[in-house]
Design a protein around this ligand. Structure first.
Ligand code: P6P
Length: 334
């Protein structure tokens, strides 16, 4: 019987992926579905956030008499909650939590995976209605199953990720995730309340004409970075340009646009932030994995992001990510 599935939901897609791997236990597919469920709940709140008068500011009571939580705390609780109550995750690391949170119930301790996430990146942009996002990274544990997850499970090189993804709460809400089998995008169809496959097999264009960087920090950047930015500004039709500068100040939105259209995103180290601003484990590693799977590159300005050995959960790094040829042009700028 041929079933004509024009619209494939995230759940159907992850189950199909399992069918292609008969020995798969379904834990990773289950974890990804859990992330999709939390994302739908966050989507609802993010899209109400504009109605502050009804909802009230964080810390106040809303019209229903419920305490209004800051959206990033709300998002954190949603993602941590679905993972804690699922059967696929032994613990989490979050931008909102000082240290890792180990799930020490029997079922969670048997789980193969741990997850790190930034539950709501760019949340300062909510008040001005700019797109924001969730970023997540999944590792297979290195510690013994049946026992509590350990710090070593989280401090693995990015190359060891089994999956990584993000949710962008924008003009539409999309969930994009990558495994070694490819990178796929799902758009939330609110008429059925499901993420549906809208961007199959995403490939990052080998080159592009968009460069994304905060020009306000220009004179704090290292000389080679300044030279590359100036070269971008000097591009003409004859030298592969002209380039356009696009910087939203919300990493998920900037990197998503460049992943789809081609481009380079840079958050270099500065004199004020010599180690960079962005977090390695739950911002740069996941995007580096996603963009590499899609054919792009990601470095800290010198070394491949995915080869960096983490030493702490919240460590920062400088970050360059995007189209392969644009990244190589940057790397050749001395
Ligand atoms: P700046 C948002 O606060 C964030 O963490 C990323 O989403 C974004 O790319 C970056 O900081 C923007 O930082 O210093 O340019 O405002």
């Amino acid at each position: 019987m041929v079933i004509n599935r024009k619209i494939q939901t995230l759940d159907e897609f992850t189950i199909q992926q399992m069918r292609d791997f008969p020995n798969a236990t379904g834990e990773l597919a289950g974890l990804l579905r859990d992330m999709g469920l939390a994302a739908k709940r966050v989507h609802v709140e993010v899209n109400k956030a504009g109605l502050v008068d009804i909802l009230g500011d964080a810390g106040t009571m809303n019209v229903q008499g419920e305490e209004v939580k800051k959206l990033d705390i709300f998002a954190n609780n949603q993602f941590m909650g679905v993972l804690r109550h699922g059967i696929s995750c032994a613990g989490i690391g979050s931008e909102e939590m000082d240290d890792i949170v180990v799930f020490d119930d029997e079922i969670s301790m048997q789980s193969k995976y741990v997850c790190l996430f930034d539950p709501l990146d760019g949340s300062s942009n909510i008040d001005v209605n700019v797109s924001i996002g969730t970023i997540f990274s999944v590792f297979r544990r290195v510690s013994e199953l049946g026992k509590p997850a350990t710090k070593e499970d989280f401090l693995q090189k990015g190359i060891k990720q089994v999956a990584a993804g993000y949710v962008i709460y924008g003009s539409s809400t999309m969930l994009v995730y990558a495994t070694r089998r490819g990178c796929n995008g799902f758009t939330l169809d609110q008429s059925i309340g499901e993420f549906t496959l809208s961007h199959p097999d995403i490939k990052c264009p080998e080159t592009g004409k968009i460069y994304s960087v905060n020009h306000g920090n220009f004179f704090q950047y290292q000389e080679n970075v300044q030279k590359y930015i100036t070269a971008c500004q000097q591009k003409t039709k004859d030298t592969g340009g002209p380039y356009t500068q696009r910087y939203i100040g919300s990493m998920v939105a900037d990197v998503h646009r460049n992943l789809i259209k081609g481009g380079i995103f840079m958050y270099p180290s500065t004199t004020e932030k010599p180690k960079g601003k962005l977090r390695l484990l739950y911002e740069c590693n996941p995007f580096a994995f996603i963009v590499e799977i899609a054919g792009g590159k990601a470095t800290d300005g010198k070394d491949r992001i995915l080869e960096i050995q983490p030493t702490e959960v919240h460590q920062r790094t400088s970050f360059f990510v995007g189209s392969k040829l644009m990244m190589e042009e940057y790397e050749q700028t001395k």
